[in-house]
Design a protein around this ligand. Structure first.
Ligand code: PLP
Length: 473
């Protein structure tokens, strides 16, 4: 592809993306494709000779697009948002155009220094204590894995890095504490970091589904008595199921008194801390050793862009850094080499899209949009509360409403789960809205999460209409 062809196809594609985002609501939100259907449309071998872009793009529209679930559809209310925006897409495009690998300062000084700066901006915007420093990771799962590895190395005096798990003194099990509402990435990180599933202690939750700090104290004491070694606490600010908030002001002192690493997983909710009225979620953050939240969920920055903050970057570097000769430069003493701040060596220039978003939106606009999402979720919760045929199943501190259809007279839990699963399947097959479910204490719950860039009051009202119609018959 020469420069002229690139220009032409690039213009066509930007036009297409602009129209797509403007009219995403014309597609069924959840792809209606059957398993294997897309694969069967595609040839078994890659082409031997190049094909024209126009043909490839036409095939994309005909064969691929029907298999896309539209995460940036204004009526996408499933899982959690993964929203995007014009400035973010343009930043992503520039990053692809430059194609730099931001592993070392020297491999693209601007990538490193812009990342340092935007992470500092981001930290200030959501109230991260000033002594924390940030790095962009691909996902919250990776950031949590980094945190758990750092916790392990702190507890063992860097012995596991050196000697492997066999180097653990007395073979005493290192234990991690997290609430039973925590995301599966905590257990996955525990596996990957060598703790093992059985050493993830699921702490009880209180009435608001947040971690019960009294049970945390009890579990730590029981573990010590049993000869285990308490190592880390992972608190969740905004759980995946129902956005419950573990209180750092309660958990932080327990972690500190027991010399445990405190990692805060605020993957979704962290963005909301940009609102002064939501800042309470981060009260006690000064107790934390590390924090992750995802601008790629709710801050209009397309996937992937996960913000990881640490209180002690020297410890992170000591845990992660390996310096083979071919990666040494003359500047290593005076600069940040972000390859030492995480797992992969190669790193994308993600700071560019975040910089574009923060500058083009401005903090005030982001605040206004997040506040609007919270208000829309509160409206929906109000409609559920006002209708006796529906039941709300959790508080709504953020953007997610947990609820179910509860027709008059039906009290059996199994039957309610079957009714609501069928309702969910019907609604998603229709394609007007997309919702997913969770289980809270085994109770099957529908979830409506508001957070798309283009979601307005009329879209949430439509969700309510669709649900009522589906319930009626
Ligand atoms: N933590 C929480 C609380 C989440 O809700 C999620 C995603 O839903 C994750 C972690 C995982 O995020 P990622 O896909 O960035 O790893």
């Amino acid at each position: 592809m020469n420069a002229e062809e690139f220009r032409q196809h690039g213009h066509d594609m930007i036009d297409w993306i602009a129209d797509y985002l403007e009219h995403a609501d014309q597609y069924p939100v959840m792809s209606q494709t059957r398993p294997g259907e897309i694969r069967d449309l595609l040839p078994d071998q890659a082409p031997e000779t190049g094909e024209p872009m126009a043909q490839i793009f036409a095939d994309f529209k005909r064969d691929i697009l029907p298999g896309v679930t539209h995460w940036n559809h204004p009526r996408f209310f499933a899982y959690f948002p993964a929203n995007n925006s014009g400035p973010s897409i343009l930043g992503e495009m520039l990053s692809a155009g430059l194609g730099v690998n931001a592993m070392l300062w020297q491999t693209s000084p601007a990538a490193t220094e812009l990342e340092e700066k935007v992470m500092s901006w981001l930290g200030q915007l959501v109230g991260v204590p000033a002594n924390f420093r940030g790095v962009i990771q691909d996902t919250a799962s990776t950031a949590t894995l980094c945190a758990l590895i750092c916790a392990r190395e702190k507890m063992t005096g860097h012995r596991v890095n050196k000697k492997g798990v066999a180097g653990l003194e007395n073979h005493s099990a290192l234990r991690i504490y997290t609430s039973r509402e925590a995301h599966s990435s905590v257990t996955k990180g525990a596996r990957m970091a060598g703790f093992g599933d059985e050493n993830v202690v699921l702490v009880d939750i209180g009435p608001k589904r947040a971690m019960d700090s009294a049970d945390l104290v009890a579990q730590i004491a029981a573990d010590r008595a049993a000869g285990h070694t308490p190592c880390a606490v992972v608190a969740t600010v905004g759980t995946t199921g129902c956005t419950a908030v573990d209180l750092l002001t309660e958990i932080g002192p327990v972690a500190r008194a027991n010399h445990l690493w405190l990692h805060v997983d605020a993957a979704l909710a962290g963005t909301a801390a940009i609102l002064p009225e939501m800042r309470w979620m981060f009260d006690g953050l000064e107790y934390a050793d590390s924090l992750v939240f995802n601008p790629h969920k709710w801050m209009f920055t397309n996937f992937d862009c996960s913000a990881y903050f640490v209180q002690d970057p020297d410890h992170l570097e000591r845990t992660m850094a390996i310096h083979p000769e071919y990666l040494k430069t003359g500047h290593d003493r005076e600069v940040t080499n972000y390859m030492d701040w995480g797992i992969p060596l190669g790193r994308r220039f993600r700071a560019l899209k975040l910089w574009f978003v923060l500058r083009n939106f401005g903090a005030a606009k982001i605040r206004a949009m997040i506040a609007a999402h919270l208000a829309l979720a509160a409206d929906f919760a109000g409609w559920i509360d006002a209708d006796p045929a529906w039941e709300r199943l959790a508080e709504v501190p953020l953007n997610t409403v947990c609820f179910r259809y509860k027709p008059n007279g039906v009290t059996d839990e199994e039957e309610l789960a079957t009714i609501n699963q069928a309702l969910l399947d019907r609604v998603n097959a229709e394609g007007v809205i997309y919702l997913t479910h969770a289980r809270l204490d085994e109770v099957f719950t529908l979830r409506l999460a508001v957070g798309q860039t283009r979601t307005e009051a009329r879209h949430v009202a439509e969700a309510w209409r669709v649900l009522q119609k589906a319930a009626a018959g």
